[in-house]
Ligand binder design. Structure first.
Ligand code: KIV
Length: 278
């Protein structure tokens, strides 16, 4: 469905039905304001646990709690009306058992009214994905570079370099798709592997550092607009330089405050300048 003709919120099954069609456009958002700005241009908004680094200055996603994801999920739901909103389940809220995962996912669904949840993992999470999907919770899978396993992986680095590692990721994707995920994020893998997985699984693949052949693409909005510049992975394309703009605006504002150019009469009440209404 094209952006122009959408009037209602896109659902997870609608995203799932886009296999092999027009590429699915996805971005992250954590706040109402960013959600408002991107909503009309994307099919899916992910409230990613990457907010750990981007908003909270943490060095990994491990410090994120379910309450944080619910608060940001609510903010994004308030700012969007047509995109399919998916909220990440944070580390430690779903790995223990399928029942624990259901309780965490149900809280996210009920308290934010989002369209589904994302969880990381492959074959070991397949039973959990099936448990959630069979009980009314659309699940977006996430294989390849799975940031919540940073300690296991020994750092954030592209996955699937050896034949054995590539086979394991392909098997992970196959298992998550068979378990009922409506789509799968493939992050940070060798391009031929992501292409092969896309041709192999019956559900859409959403690439990030994966392949142009994926059924969709996702990036972190703050990376794309140049607002988060602590590190820029190879797979990020920066479409704007908001970081420079913010610094420039702060500098000009500081100069004007110090030289008493701001506030001007038009910004004050009861002066000769044009008063603002309200
Ligand atoms: O947390 C996140 O933002 C993500 C995307 C980068 C896929 O998982």
């Amino acid at each position: 469905m094209s952006v122009q003709t959408r009037t209602k919120r896109t659902t997870a099954p609608q995203i799932g039905a886009r296999k092999g069609g027009e590429p699915i456009v996805c971005l992250t958002a954590y706040t109402t304001q960013v959600a408002k700005l991107i909503d009309a241009h994307v099919d899916l908004i992910l409230v990613g646990d990457s907010l750990a680094m981007v908003l909270y200055g943490l060095d990994s996603t491990l410090g994120v709690t379910l309450d944080m994801m619910i608060a940001h999920g609510n903010a994004v739901m308030r700012g969007s009306s047509t995109a399919c909103v998916i909220v990440d389940l944070p580390f430690g809220t779903y790995q223990e058992s399928k029942e624990v995962a259901f309780r965490a996912a149900a809280r996210v669904m009920c308290e934010t009214r989002c369209q589904g949840v994302k969880l990381e993992g492959g074959t070991e999470m397949a039973e959990t994905v099936a448990f959630l999907a069979e009980r009314g919770i659309p699940v977006l899978g996430h294989v390849g570079l799975t940031p919540q396993s940073v300690n296991q992986m020994g750092g954030f680095r592209a996955q699937g370099r050896s034949e054995e590692a590539a086979r394991k990721i392909a098997e992970d994707a196959r298992a998550i798709a068979a378990a009922g995920a409506f789509a799968i994020v493939i992050e940070g893998t060798m391009e031929p592997l992501a292409r092969e997985i896309t041709g192999m699984v019956p559900v859409p693949t959403i690439g990030i550092g994966a392949s142009p052949q994926c059924d969709g693409q996702i990036l972190v909005t703050e990376d794309v607009i140049g607002l988060f510049t602590d590190f820029t992975p190879k797979f990020v394309k920066r479409y704007g330089e908001m970081g420079n703009l913010v610094a420039e605006v702060a500098k000009t504002y500081a100069e004007e405050v110090k030289t008493r150019q701001f506030p001007g009469p038009e910004h004050c009440f009861g002066t000769a300048g044009k008063p603002r209404q309200g």
